[in-house]
Design a protein around this ligand. Sequence first.
Ligand SMILES: [Zn+2]
Length: 156
Amino acid sequence: MDISVSVQPFERIYEVIMPKAIFEEILEHVKREYPTEACGVLLGLISEGRSTVKKIVPLRNVLSSDSAFWFELRDWMKAIIDAKKEGLDYIGIYHSHGREHPLPSLSDRHRMLECPGEVWVIVAYIPGKEPALAAYRVDDYSSGLARVYLTVTQDY
Ligand SMILES: [Zn+2]
């Protein structure tokens, strides 16, 4: 069964608005797991290509790796189904890199091709340095990686 098809966002997402409180929640998760890569689900509202993150659900990195991540698909599905009941859409996933720049790794790029339409937020975090984050999207097999506008905002 191709699970990714049934849960991919309906609309193409061009922009991610992330309230500062949500970003801090992600950062806490990233710091807690460091140097292991942290990962989780981004949920919120999507309208006219703009998504606003309202909630995150941290997932366990089953690879326990500092250079790769993946999660139990069952946990990921549950987060999405629970969110639907709360009226929240699935935006995509976040994960961390213990590197300076939030650039997708080769395995990230391969994974993204399997999840067209999803937004992937990468948080680059090294202790003592300012974290950096970026968002990406792949539309289909024939298109490349697209940057998605990402704004961390004070308000909801
Ligand atoms: Zn990665």
